[in-house]
Design a protein around this ligand. Structure first.
Ligand code: ATP
Length: 233
């Protein structure tokens, strides 16, 4: 196995007047290429903050995050923007689709924003994989929550990211739709050479993944590796 991500002693503090909140407290872990990891923790444990730091959407107060050997905490603005666009795919709990753009426009937005040409074969493949065929021209408000999240997943994958980060991707869905979305994510994970890191408050998520990292008060409490047999049960 090859290490893709090495998180070393990262800290993130929020200052609110005189009060300092420690959102992430000296956290270290690493992720292998092709691993599927879930970060589990209660509300306020620091899951979103960690994913935002890994995705280069927020900055650490200390520590380093090595992605394929490059410390992204040291990158200048332009290189960090390129990292966010090309190396990372991000799926949010509340989809974050653009309401006035249709399904295809939302999915291809990351490509068009860079002034590049859309790879039509890739787009068609994503529409098929994510069950969005026939919905190409629909606006987000004409879709169910599960369909909107599938559009968001396709948008996150359009640039073939090195790492897919998903922050509570099923948190806004009913349990059946959430299960369908998770099964779809697992299928995509198995078929592609991608690394997935997602967050959840639900310990049951471990049945889908290789490893669970439990967070509490901004710290790692414990890490569990899962075996194939265990996941198949
Ligand atoms: P949830 O499951 O509710 O989304 P979480 O595990 O993702 O929670 P975070 O959102 O990472 O937790 O928050 C970690 C801590 O940092 C919390 O105490 C939160 O109140 C605090 N926090 C997060 N963002 C900010 C901010 N912008 N300003 C001040 N405090 C913040």
């Amino acid at each position: 196995m090859e290490t893709l991500l090495q998180v070393q002693e990262i800290c993130k503090y929020y200052r609110m007047g005189e009060v300092q909140i420690t959102a992430v407290d000296h956290v270290s872990f690493s992720v292998e290429k092709g691993e599927f990891v879930v970060i589990v923790g209660a509300s306020g444990a620091g899951k979103t903050t960690v994913l935002n730091l890994l995705g280069g959407m927020d900055t650490c107060d200390s520590g380093s995050i090595l992605v394929d050997g490059t410390d992204i905490t040291k990158l200048r603005k332009r290189k960090l923007a390129a990292y966010r666009r090309f190396d990372i795919g991000f799926v949010f709990q509340f989809y974050n689709l653009i309401p006035v753009l249709n399904v295809v426009e939302n999915i291809t937005l990351p490509v068009l924003m860079d002034g590049r040409k859309v790879n039509d074969a890739r787009l068609q493949e994503l529409l098929d994989t994510l069950g969005l065929r026939g919905r190409e021209k629909h606006l987000p408000n004409q879709l169910s929550g599960g369909q909107q999240q599938r559009v968001a997943i396709a948008r996150a994958l359009i640039n073939k990211p090195k790492i897919l980060l998903a922050d509570e991707p099923t948190g806004n869905l009913d349990s059946r739709t959430g299960q369908e979305v998770m099964e779809l994510l697992c299928e995509i994970f198995r078929e592609r050479n991608t690394t997935f890191i997602l967050s959840s408050h639900d310990p049951q998520m471990q049945c889908y993944t290789d490893r669970t990292v439990y967070f509490s008060d901004g710290k790692i409490e414990i890490e569990n590796h899962h075996t194939g047999e265990e996941n198949a049960q």
